[in-house]
Design a protein around this ligand. Structure first.
Ligand code: NIG
Ligand code: FE
Length: 417
């Protein structure tokens, strides 16, 4: 099956240099990332097979069976490299508790937080979870996401964690989106046991069961004061690494606990939140090739104005990315919304923010078939978004609404208009 697209407006192809590497510093804002020369595309079997001037493609394939893009701006399919897609219940009432001055930790101690969601999630059947996941994925796709990482972490016992991964795996087969599965059994101590006993149980029972099923590509731990210590995190990750799992961590969300340094030491693909990490650890992580995955939706919903130091990372040439962190406490799967937060509130360049939700997360989230994604290039998987407008910057300037008229996801068209 062949699709021919003509008459593109500006195309943020982002395919400068070695596309398997993240872009850093001023390269994230370089004019060389955008081509405004009236491009056209040929897509065959889910791959860009030709990208050239409209005139050239038209002379080869004709206009009659082609689709005109009418000068609209084009960006790659977005990549959401940190989500908690599957959970039940509703914690929207925690907003009022936050407004009364209660912290995330206080709310957890009052019976809210992760363990509240665990109770609600354990009660759901595979079918209920699948339906929730499917509807959430369609929202994510409407907002331009074509690849998504999703974590377990609201089961917290072997059977329930495996159930969440099994549902995520069913969604992966069902969806045109590219899903990557992460086991996050070490998200919280479950209601029934203390954290040290739980870590022992993870190592003796839960992680071996996950490994045996071969269902999760990566392992994650919530490494934070009051949750899993550096020592817990190291023990769990070393075991996972020895069985060829990749590491993606939650670190330094509420305070600097040197989680970012441990992530670097372990060779983690990404260390996410990394909100309170020290400058020294940021430098170390960058040298080790660990991506700092910023999740500004979290301080946003917490009512905080303490944002990740993105401009510092740009000034220091550190690799960074952005993701939604969709979870019961941060209920948005919209990467354009994340782009709005960093451009409208943190003065970050919209093109740099776009790189942070495409090429950069792609470099740390390799597809199973090995095809390039997060860029628009010949030989890459055919994922792109057609904006409603004609300017690339528009990808993140419609907070609360999707800026995209159409998304092409692995070669398949989704019209949102
Ligand atoms: O990344 N902080 C740890 N995990 C999630 C939140 C989980 C929850 O509150 O349910 C996060 O923000
Ligand atoms: Fe998270």
């Amino acid at each position: 099956m062949r699709t021919v697209l003509l008459d593109a407006g500006p195309v943020a192809h982002l395919a400068t240099g070695d596309c398997s590497k993240p872009l850093t510093g001023s390269m994230m804002s370089s004019d060389s990332l955008v081509d405004s020369s009236n491009l056209g595309f040929v897509i065959e079997n889910g791959i860009f097979t030709k990208i050239a001037q409209t005139e050239e493609i038209e002379s080869e394939y004709g206009r009659k069976d082609s689709i005109s893009l009418h000068g609209r701006a084009i960006v790659p399919g977005l990549i959401d490299a940190h989500t908690h897609l599957l959970w039940g219940g509703d914690r929207s009432d925690e907003m009022r508790l936050r407004q009364q001055g209660k912290s995330y930790q206080d709310i957890a101690q009052l019976g809210g937080g992760i363990n509240y969601t665990v109770e609600e999630t354990r009660n759901l059947s595979v079918n209920d979870l699948f339906k929730k996941g499917k509807s959430r994925l369609s929202y994510s796709l409407r907002n331009g996401t074509t690849a998504l990482e999703t974590k377990s972490g609201y089961g917290l016992d072997t059977e329930s964690e495996l159930k969440l991964l099994e549902v995520a795996n069913q969604l992966k087969s069902d969806s045109d989106m590219d899903l990557s599965l992460t086991w996050l059994g070490a998200h919280n101590a479950p209601p029934e046991i203390d954290i040290n006993t739980y870590v022992d149980q993870i190592l003796s029972e839960q992680l071996p069961a996950v490994i045996e099923q071969g269902i999760a590509k990566s392992a994650d731990v919530f490494c934070e004061e009051g949750w899993f210590t550096l020592e817990h995190t190291e023990r769990i990750c070393k075991e996972a690494i020895s069985k060829n799992m990749e590491i993606r961590l939650h670190v330094d969300e509420f305070s600097d606990g040197d989680g970012l340094a441990l992530a670097a030491e372990l060779g983690a693909k990404t260390a996410d939140h990394a909100l309170h990490s020290s400058d020294q650890n940021r430098e170390y992580a960058n040298k080790a090739g660990t991506m700092q995955g910023f999740l500004p939706g979290t301080p946003y919903v917490h009512g905080s104005n303490f944002w990740p130091p993105i401009q510092d990372c740009i000034d220091n040439d550190y690799a960074w990315s952005l993701a939604s962190d969709f979870n019961p406490n941060c209920q948005s799967l919209s990467l354009p919304m994340v782009g709005s937060i960093v451009t409208h509130r943190m003065n970050i360049d919209p093109l740099a923010a776009l790189v942070a939700v495409t090429r950069n997360p792609a470099s740390a989230l390799i597809r199973d078939d090995g095809l390039a994604h997060g860029v628009i290039a010949e030989g890459a998987s055919a994922n792109l978004n057609i904006l409603r407008g004609t300017k690339i910057e528009g990808w993140c300037q419609t907070p609360g609404d999707s800026p995209f008229g159409t998304t092409i996801c692995n070669g398949k068209f989704y019209n949102h208009e």
